[in-house]
Design a protein around this ligand. Structure first.
Ligand SMILES: NC(=O)c1ccc[n+]([C@@H]2O[C@H](COP(=O)([O-])OP(=O)(O)OC[C@H]3O[C@@H](n4cnc5c(N)ncnc54)[C@H](OP(=O)(O)O)[C@@H]3O)[C@@H](O)[C@H]2O)c1
Length: 140
């Protein structure tokens, strides 16, 4: 079992669903949890269920300026990022044959490319300390 006490964990897609649940779990384990997603209300809702310190950072992961802002805000507050959880994404439901190319591209933009870019933004911070797990659960 990994000790998360005082670890700084960034959870993307923390305004609802799996991301909100993971944020809550990390917080219960003693982590400092940075929450990001586009919905301010959703982030606030998640934050209220976390027993430990949280930082709510609204942003759209498809925008590079927002990704940079997320990293900057965490470093300003806690000066490090110990764990990145690339959870934000879109589910795609329905018939494979009926899905349009536009939907495929939207799904891959957030589920794959935004996760890769978020990793690229966070990795230098982790490499400075030569540590930092990065999780990308359930990527398409
Ligand atoms: N639930 C399942 O059974 C299941 C199974 C396999 C895989 N997954 C995958 O696991 C991930 C989470 O699933 P979920 O069920 O928890 O879905 P969810 O409740 O819809 O959560 C998706 C999260 O991603 C965020 N998000 C979406 N687009 C974003 C963007 N452009 N910028 C920043 N944040 C964005 C959403 O926040 P905002 O809308 O506030 O931005 C939300 O917090 C998804 O990738 C999903 O495809 C889920």
């Amino acid at each position: 079992m990994v000790d998360l006490t005082d670890k700084v964990v960034l959870v993307t897609g923390a305004s609802s669903g799996i991301g909100a649940a993971m944020a809550r779990c990390f917080s219960r384990e003693g982590a400092y949890v940075a929450l990001t997603a586009r919905s301010r209300e959703g982030l606030h809702r998640t934050s209220k269920t976390c027993p430990g310190p949280t930082l709510e950072i609204p942003g759209d992961l498809l925008r590079s300026a927002d990704r940079e802002k997320i990293v900057d805000r965490i470093l300003e507050r806690w000066n490090r990022i110990d764990v990145l959880v690339n959870n934000a994404g879109l589910g795609m439901y329905g018939s494979f044959l009926e899905v349009t190319e536009e939907i495929w591209r939207r799904v891959f933009e957030i589920n794959l490319f935004a996760a890769m870019e978020m990793t690229r933004s966070v990795l230098p911070v982790m490499l400075e300390r030569d540590r930092g797990p990065i999780f990308s659960p359930a990527r398409s």
